[in-house]
Design a binder for this molecule. Structure first.
Ligand SMILES: *Cc1c(COP(=O)(O)O)cnc(C)c1O
Length: 386
């Protein structure tokens, strides 16, 4: 029975339900009548509410309407789609790019088009669910290596000569831990074993690297990565996912990616917004500087309080507290004091590793970070696991 199954989830503190937020200007939203300071989400530069983005959508809607009306291969590809894809390709220093309606759809399409029964996909244990689903959908053999365990990855590749294609898959910034893959090392390993490298740069696109092009730029290995997947739903403040790669790969996706072919095109108004986001990226570098200043301030505070150990820097901070119930309780205590950060529980993270997932953005002021740190200071004795 469905009801029983749901009750069972509830009994194990695993039931999820939707919460309703009314956005307010800045890093705020109202929930159940209370105004909350948000430390969640992935709108790292605050572009989702940037006046230039809103204006870009407004003026594009007057000319292009709201919906695309058809899939990309029918009549859903507008001049705005073509322009945005060319700009995303340039951002990633690849000849071509292809937009999907979401990052989830992009990963499903990329892995299921480029891998099949004769192939081996080797994936980091903490890769995003969309990559796992894409690998399963592809029908390829799937092996998992421990998180950042590249010695093990090499062992797997060494014994994989019988496969047509060997494909290494990783997130660049891991979405629930905020740590980074070593793309330099992976590029070397890929070369050594004649494998392909696919990098999901959902959280790096827009914030990492000198131009904000992402983790490939930051590590200086863009040309070694076969497929750079990115999202336009996070730091770019819109919706959508994309693949940037050489022409034969993009043409394969156009011909084989079912999540691309059998789905209505992403609306042109969003292409206009993505285009404006790319303009803002190059014209307002202060947003990236503000973000990284905030990351640094929060990082220092959390290390000083003992919540996290020294780790690679990203805007994602996991405060690991143990089981799901404890994480929920901690989130509720923050909410009572006017701050919202979500509890992340199994199965999204491993059992015993439930956490508060704090993210910071360019919309935060130092005062906001100070407020969060003050609240956490008073809770640390009860919740820290080490
Ligand atoms: C968010 C995310 C996705 C999915 O992107 P959407 O645009 O939200 O569908 C894929 N991979 C990673 C690592 C993500 O964090």
């Amino acid at each position: 029975m469905l009801e029983e199954e749901l009750l069972n989830l509830q009994a194990h503190e695993q039931l999820r339900s939707l919460r309703v937020f009314s956005p307010e200007p800045g890093p705020y939203a109202a929930k159940d009548g209370a105004k909350l300071l948000l430390f969640c989400g992935n709108d790292y530069l605050g572009l989702s509410q940037h006046p230039r983005m809103i204006e870009a959508v407004r003026s594009a809607a007057l000319r292009y309407g709201v919906g695309a009306g058809a899939s990309r291969l029918i009549s859903g590809t507008s001049d705005l789609h073509a322009r945005t894809e060319a700009r995303l390709a340039a951002l990633k220093k690849k000849p071509r790019a292809l937009l999907f309606s979401s990052g989830y759809a992009a990963n499903l399409g990329i892995l299921s088009s480029l891998a099949g029964k004769e192939d081996l996909i080797v994936m980091d244990k903490l890769c995003h669910a969309s990559l796992i689903d894409g690998a399963r959908f592809s029908g390829a053999h799937l092996r998992i290596f421990p998180h950042l365990g590249y010695d093990r990855l090499e062992k797997i590749l060494k014994a994989a000569s019988k496969f047509r294609r060997k494909i290494i898959v990783t997130d660049s910034v891991f979405s629930m831990d905020g740590d980074l893959a070593d793309l330099k090392k992976l590029a070397a390993i890929k070369k050594r074993y004649g494998a392909w490298l696919i990098v999901d740069d959902a959280h790096g696109t827009g914030i990492l690297g000198e131009r904000g092009a992402g983790a490939g730029e930051a590590a200086g290995v863009e040309s070694e990565i076969d497929v750079l997947m990115g999202t336009t739903s996070k730091a770019l403040g819109c919706l959508g996912g994309f693949a940037a790669a050489e022409a034969p790969i993009i043409d394969s996706l156009i011909n084989h990616a079912r999540s691309f072919i059998y789905s209505t095109a992403i609306p042109a108004i969003l292409c206009a917004a993505i285009d404006e986001a790319l303009n803002i990226l190059s014209e307002e570098p202060r947003l990236r500087m503000k973000l990284w200043a905030n990351v640094g301030a929060l990082y220092q505070g959390l290390v000083a309080q003992g919540w996290i150990q020294g780790q690679a820097l990203s805007p994602i901070f996991p405060l690991v507290v143990g089981d799901g119930a404890r994480a929920l309780q901690l989130a509720r205590k923050l909410e009572k004091q006017g701050v919202w950060a979500p509890a992340i529980r199994p199965p999204t993270v491993p059992r015993g590793k439930a956490r508060l997932r704090i993210t910071v953005s360019a919309l935060h002021e130092f005062e906001d970070i100070k407020k969060l740190l003050q609240i956490l200071q008073n809770l640390r004795k009860d919740y820290q696991t080490h």
